[in-house]
Design a protein around this ligand. Structure first.
Ligand code: AMP
Ligand code: ZN
Length: 666
């Protein structure tokens, strides 16, 4: 008799039991019976390796080791969410949306904001294909093997699913599981984990998937992405996803208007602690997908969604001491060392004090009982002092006058909040910090070299600036702590490879104050080479679109410095890209310079994002809504009626994508 039907029947049965247990929270057989069936399947699969299936429930126990997670580009970018903190914020948001959409009635989906690590999972023909972390939103790490061990994630879908789609959600660690993990650590004398969220996101990057399988992770889904999904609203998408076997929290609610949204928020502000996992807010999304499309995105987040953050929780605890950290720009940050205290699911030991003014304003003294709050950020902050508990002998805090790392006298510029250590070239954390910035993903993206290794290289006198990296020799690296032939090879290979990084990113990597990614792009595009930037005058720089005096001044200062010029000279000799390469330059033009475009509808030859990119690459600007300043509206199918009306009113030419293509081809 053929065993394949039997194997398949067992797989289906086990998948169903996993679903009942982990998604529905409603098991129909005992754990013991489940284990027996799993064992039976394992045995059959072992006897018949020809029927191996990577999506069998037996594969959920993990065991694959991933040394380096592969970087994968997201087919659809993973945006973040704008935050709001009050009803007024929400009403403002609604007003802004309504202004773009016109006077249409709006419905909203309300979901809890799950606090974990975001994940994007691709399915094809009902099978789990790939799971990728959010990363920087454009690309993330392929963590498929680890995600498969999470039983709430279906590996095979049921019902009437589309052929191909992505689903987005959050990998979380419920409180109970988190506490159990910590209990086990405490028993063996290890340090417990600080909070569920970091533990969840750390779990995704464990090399051994069998370790991940042991962690009680869960996966809550909140959005479907793809073409031909045959859904017209977000809420419908959630319901469909649920039918296909995904865990979509049933708290998600369709609100008919903003008042119902506010009711939902009020309710959950009071009841959120009853949830088995951490939630720090509510996510409100405009339900109609056409309207979502109409609203589009800002640089970072969708205009059709907003997160409402619950008010942070507070506790009071004792301030034991203050220490001072030196950042890569030399800025000093005072840090409070606190008597450890439990706050919003984490143990808090340290808090940011921001700067000298803040300490003075709040009159914070060592020995004080202080109020600590955890807002959206990971590091909690001190918001005040309990003066009734102040010890009688306490003294006002004297801010340090000299750098704790290099003893140089600190400076504070007019109008700046922070003190700075001016010892740019001699202060260790500044040097290390700059090199750490240089190697990051958005900058030179050097594989095989991490932040800690940079510190190690510096402490061993091997690198003190960017150029030194390119002169490192294998023999120098191998003797260092935790280094070996292989890691040294990888490091050198990674450094050599960074010579291919385009000029705009090199410029960003240099860490010139106020020159972030966007400014670096602007400067690179305008000047085309580092030499041209270095010889530009202040006036010259200010005349570049969107470069203000503060940035210009900082650029001038950077290139005035002899040491910087030397380092750049050396980088040039090593072949680092210090000018725009020809291949990067031809794809762009200035044809659309001075023209503002608004994009609306769906296109055949471009995705909306590609169309916007094409506009910018050719020197044009992309506007978000139609106004008197708009020069052209590029319209695709299903252009929103409100936009059409507005464009007609203002007499703005509406062009097709073909007209647009003709326009850029001259
Ligand atoms: P932020 O990282 O603060 O910009 O918030 C955006 C993140 O919130 C997303 O990347 C998701 O990981 C997470 N998130 C949690 N719950 C939801 C939800 N219900 N809908 C959308 N995003 C959510
Ligand atoms: Zn210093």
């Amino acid at each position: 008799m053929d065993v394949l039907p039997k194997i398949q029947a067992l797989r289906d049965e086990l998948n169903l039991h996993n679903y009942n247990y982990y998604v529905l929270d409603n098991p129909t057989i005992s754990d013991y019976e489940f284990d027996l069936k799993l064992k039976e399947l394992q045995d059959l699969e072992a006897q018949h390796p020809e029927y191996f299936d990577e999506n069998s429930p037996t594969q959920r126990v993990g065991g694959t080791i991933t040394k380096n997670f592969e970087t994968v580009k997201h087919e659809y970018r993973m945006y973040s969410l704008d935050n709001s903190y009050s009803k007024e914020d929400l009403l403002d948001w609604e007003r802004r949306a309504q202004k773009i959409l016109g006077d249409v009635p709006l419905e909203y989906t309300c979901e809890l904001k799950y606090d974990g690590a975001s994940i994007s999972i691709s399915y094809e023909n009902g099978k789990l294909k790939r799971a990728v972390t959010r990363g920087d939103g454009f690309q993330g790490d392929d963590v498929t093997n680890n995600i498969k061990t999470i039983k709430a994630v279906p590996i095979k879908l049921k019902g009437d699913f589309p052929e191909k789609f992505d689903i987005r959600g959050e990998i979380i660690l419920p409180f109970a599981g988190f506490e159990k993990m910590n209990q086990e650590l405490i028993e063996i004398g290890e340090t417990p984990y600080a909070n569920p969220r970091n533990t969840a996101s750390g779990s995704l990057k464990l090399q051994d998937s069998a370790e991940v399988a042991k962690r009680p992770l869960d996966c809550l889904l909140y959005s479907l992405i793809g073409n031909n999904l045959h859904i017209t609203s977000h809420f419908e998408g959630l319901e469909k996803a649920r039918q296909w076997g995904f865990k979509v929290p049933k708290q998600s609610h369709l609100a008919k208007n903003m008042n119902e949204v506010l009711d939902f928020i009020d309710y959950w502000d009071k009841h959120r602690h009853e949830m088995p996992y951490e939630t720090d807010g509510v996510v409100v999304k405009i339900n109609n997908l056409h309207l979502q499309d109409e609203l589009g995105y800002t640089a970072k987040s969708p205009r059709w969604a907003i997160a409402y953050k619950f008010k942070a929780e507070q506790v009071s605890t004792k301030l034991n001491s203050i220490s001072y950290q030196v950042g890569r720009t030399g800025a000093i940050t005072p840090v409070a060392n606190l008597m450890p205290v439990q706050l919003a699911g984490t143990v808090v030991k340290r808090a940011s004090l921001h700067n000298a003014d803040q300490i003075e304003k709040l009159d914070i003294r060592i020995g004080d009982e202080v109020f600590v709050e955890k807002g959206g950020e990971i590091i909690p902050k001190i918001i005040g002092v309990d003066f009734s508990k102040r010890p009688s002998h306490s003294e006002p805090t004297k801010y340090i006058t000299h750098c704790p790392e290099c003893q140089t006298e600190l400076e504070r510029k007019e109008g700046e909040a922070n003190h700075y250590c001016p010892n740019f070239y001699g202060c260790p954390p500044q040097i290390i910090g700059r090199i750490q910035h240089f190697i990051t993903r958005k900058a030179m993206d050097i594989e095989g070299l991490g932040g800690e290794t940079v510190a190690l290289l510096f402490n061993n006198g091997l690198v003190t600036n960017f150029a030194d990296l390119y002169e490192l020799k294998k023999e120098q690296i191998i003797p260092l702590e935790r280094m070996a032939e292989k890691s040294a090879d990888n490091m050198i290979k990674g450094i050599q490879k960074s010579k291919e990084i385009p000029f705009e990113r090199v410029l960003y990597a240099l860490g010139i104050r106020y020159v972030g990614e966007t400014v670096a792009k602007k400067l690179a595009k305008h000047y085309k080479s580092i030499d041209a930037i270095a010889s530009a005058s202040l006036m010259d720089l200010i005349l570049v679109d969107e470069i203000g005096e503060k940035i210009a001044q900082s650029v001038i200062e950077f290139f005035d410095n002899q040491e910087n010029r030397l380092i750049i000279e050396r980088l040039k000799q090593h072949g680092v890209q210090l000018e725009v390469s020809a291949s990067n330059d031809t794809a762009v033009s200035d044809t659309l310079s001075g023209k503002t475009f608004v994009v609306s509808g769906v296109f055949e030859k471009f995705s909306r994002d590609d169309l916007k990119k094409a506009i910018e690459d050719n020197g044009g600007k992309v506007g978000s809504s139609i106004s008197a300043k708009t020069h052209f509206v590029v319209a695709g199918d299903n252009m929103g009626p409100a936009k059409l009306e507005k464009a007609k009113q203002l007499n703005i030419p509406i062009i097709s994508e073909n007209d647009f293509i003709e326009m850029i081809n001259g």
